[in-house]
Design a binder for this molecule. Structure first.
Ligand SMILES: Nc1nc2c(ncn2[C@@H]2O[C@H](COP(=O)(O)OP(=O)(O)OP(=O)(O)O)[C@@H](O)[C@H]2O)c(=O)[nH]1
Ligand SMILES: [K+]
Ligand SMILES: [Mg+2]
Length: 368
């Protein structure tokens, strides 16, 4: 039996099994097995390279961050790429117009963001339908997934896509579960809960670990809300990727205003019409926010700052991080910095290395 058939068999058994106290441990074990098989399915087959060199999906990363456009066919992914970058991808009303990964560069206030337009994916993509596997592997390399959805299509499309991404180990808008797991050579299993868990117990964890042949280890569950799925994610940590996701509903020119209002209220969601050029700049701004990056403009004494080139640092960065981004030894010569912008109490503010910077701050470093 092939891996795909084994997966199908387990999924069918899970559907058949009623959820109750008596079946809970058995279902937990099935979930664990399913996670293992799914990881196996993603391993490249004989003679098949992962990502597939030459397959049109091996795009090298460039710029400060990468955003992947993921969605069903003909939702407008390529239309969006053509709108926000200089790259022109083929756009057409038929499904699977795009067959490979097409990179473009989006300039955003001195930051350069790579946008990866991908072929449409369909239900069953995780199991290798269409080019699903390559598309999802490409999406896995991104810093943000923009899930492009068709506002005129049924609401289920979003859940279906989420399920496909889940199946290959992508976790959207989630943090890694707060569970510590250390595999050891000897000593048996030591399982500890920081507070009584609501959805997990020692027996469940013990059974799953045994099934994974992990017999010596230390487990500390730090969050009372952790579930069996979370625990399996921790065991499978090498195959899990936690990625931010912005849900983008396109084609709002074809829906009613009240429906539009309803969509726009969902979390991590933006709405647009590429056709009417409505909301596209808002989508771009929202994507930038979701990336959690800051643009810092440096300024030399007596010269106006250059806003065409930004230094990119992570959220919660300090002047010290800004120095490191400019040059590794700069902070050794650091005397103070002058800051103009949202992080400054007055303008300019004279600050030290520990000062937290904000997006679009202008910084001038004064050295000894
Ligand atoms: N009404 C409307 N149509 C749009 C909008 N944006 C794109 N389209 C149309 O939707 C169709 C599909 O657009 P594409 O950009 O090719 O879609 P895609 O998601 O890249 O499709 P695949 O590459 O086949 O997966 C085209 O006919 C576009 O003209 C929009 O905002 N409103
Ligand atoms: K299309
Ligand atoms: Mg396309």
């Amino acid at each position: 039996m092939g891996v795909a058939e084994k997966i199908k068999e387990i999924e069918d058994e899970m559907k058949r099994t009623q959820k109750n106290k008596a079946t809970e441990y058995h279902l937990g074990l099935l979930k664990g097995k399913l996670a293992r098989l799914r990881a196996q399915l993603l391993e490249p087959g004989p003679g098949e390279k992962s990502g597939g060199a030459g397959s049109g999906f091996d795009v090298s990363k460039s710029g400060d961050a990468r955003i992947a456009l993921v969605g069903f066919p003909s939702v407008g992914k390529s239309t969006l790429l053509s709108k926000i970058t200089k790259t022109k991808a083929a756009v057409a009303a038929y499904a699977f117009t795009t067959l490979t990964a097409i990179p473009g560069v989006m300039e955003y206030g001195g930051a350069e963001i790579q946008i990866l337009d991908l072929p449409g994916i369909i239900e069953g993509a995780a199991e290798g339908k269409g080019r699903g596997r390559q598309v999802i592997s490409a999406a896995k390399t991104s810093d943000l997934i923009m899930m492009v959805l068709d506002a005129t299509k049924k609401a289920e499309q979003r859940a279906l896509l989420e399920k496909e991404l889940e199946a290959v180990g992508i976790r959207l808008n989630k943090s890694p579960p707060n569970i510590y797991l250390k595999v050891k050579k000897t000593g048996g299993m030591k399982i500890t809960f920081m507070s009584p868990p609501k959805n997990l117990d020692e027996k469940m964890i013990y059974n799953i670990l045994r099934d994974y042949k992990i017999l010596n280890c230390e487990v500390l569950v730090r969050d009372e809300n952790c579930t069996v799925d979370d625990f399996i994610d921790v065991i499978m940590a090498a195959h899990r990727k936690y990625i931010r996701c912005l849900y983008v509903y396109n084609k709002i020119d074809c829906v009613s205003l009240s429906f539009l209002d309803q969509l726009a209220k969902e979390p991590h969601t933006a709405v647009m019409s590429c056709e009417l050029d409505l909301g596209v700049t808002d989508v771009v701004d929202r994507a930038w926010e979701e990336l959690n990056l800051l643009r810092i403009y440096t300024k030399r004494k007596g010269i106006a700052p250059d806003f065409s080139e930004a230094l990119i640092v992570r959220q919660n960065s300090t002047i010290e991080d800004v120095c490191d981004a400019i040059h590794r030894s700069l902070k050794d010569k650091f005397k103070y910095a002058l800051v103009w912008g949202a992080s400054a109490r007055h303008i300019p503010q004279r600050v030290g290395l520990s000062h937290l910077v904000a997006d679009e701050d202008v910084v001038s470093i004064v050295s000894k």
